[in-house]
Design a protein around this ligand. Structure first.
Ligand code: PAF
Length: 281
């Protein structure tokens, strides 16, 4: 596995690699952008990329522009050596590990998240978070120039906005959504789970439990979103709920669940840790 830290070196390396393996139209680059602290969720993205592409690139970059003042940028988990091992063992060809100075200069051009869908849900408590996400993803996609980029469904709003950016900016990369990986008790895997105490870890299970409950109600043909949300809120008590929302796949509020076009999203604070989870129906 090759480890590269500058954009120009990576571009050059990928150009040469593609040429040396005899570039044909179907020789693809699969790309998994991450902020490190890799867990089973990331590994499933990498495995999918490995299965579907000739060349697999993973980036590890804790992107400062997506953290708001006072957020956990400085304390964001860093596990560089373990991450490198995970990438190596998962069959990654190239690990892109830039420093902030390799990605950002001063007085930058940036991407702004859409004014409505970028500023609701997670964007309400974290205004400008998605500007930072979209800007860095645009930069990374331009550096790697992948055929396909892989993102987790757990960050559903991020996934939606990245797909929207790709469509609206007429970019040619395919965006693939990969299912959330869960612990055996249902907790969605997240780099932030390591912040949870044992007690908080138990409380956090209310989040996935609320989604299972929604799924159960829907299987009993209860499709009114108000009724489902109110039951989910009961299950989530006493957690501090940021939002429980039922949307269609265009990220508009839905009054009724429609199988194949519904997304149930939850964000709640457990101790000081904000956790996201969702159910795709
Ligand atoms: O989901 C993440 O880890 C980050 O938001 C991403 C997409 C790598 C951009 O920094």
């Amino acid at each position: 596995m090759k480890i590269i830290s500058t954009p120009n070196e990576l571009k050059e390396y990928l150009k040469n690699t593609q040429q040396s393996i005899g570039f044909q139209a179907n020789q693809s680059i699969g790309f998994v952008p991450t902020m490190g602290a890799l867990h089973e969720g990331h590994i499933s993205l990498i495995k999918k990329a490995r299965k579907e592409n000739e060349i697999v690139v993973v980036s590890i970059f804790i992107n400062p522009t997506q953290f708001l003042k006072g957020e956990d940028l400085d304390n964001y988990p860093k596990r560089d050596e373990a991450d490198k091992q995970i990438c190596k063992l998962s069959g990654v060809d190239v690990l892109f590990f830039p420093h902030a100075k390799d990605i950002y200069t001063e007085d930058e051009v940036s991407i702004l998240a859409p004014k409505v869908r970028g500023y609701v849900l997670e964007g309400t408590s974290r205004p400008s978070h998605f500007d930072g996400v979209l800007t860095v993803v645009m930069k990374l996609l331009n550096i790697v120039n992948p055929t396909t980029a892989y993102f987790g469904k757990k960050d559903a709003q991020q996934l939606y906005l990245i797909s929207l950016m790709v469509k609206q900016m007429f970019m040619s990369v395919n965006i693939v959504a990969v299912d959330t990986v869960r612990e055996s008790d249902g907790l969605a895997m997240s780099s932030r789970n390591i912040y949870l105490s044992q007690q908080e870890r138990r409380e956090a299970l209310k989040i996935s439990a609320s989604l299972y409950q929604a799924g159960k109600m829907i299987s009993q043909k209860i499709l009114d979103t108000k009724i489902i949300i109110s039951k989910m809120r009961e299950t989530l008590e006493p957690l501090e709920i940021s939002y429980v929302a039922i949307l269609n796949r265009d990220f508009e509020l839905a009054r009724h669940v429609e199988i194949g076009n519904t997304l149930i999203l939850v964000e709640a604070k457990v101790g000081t840790t904000r956790l996201l989870d969702n159910l795709w129906l």
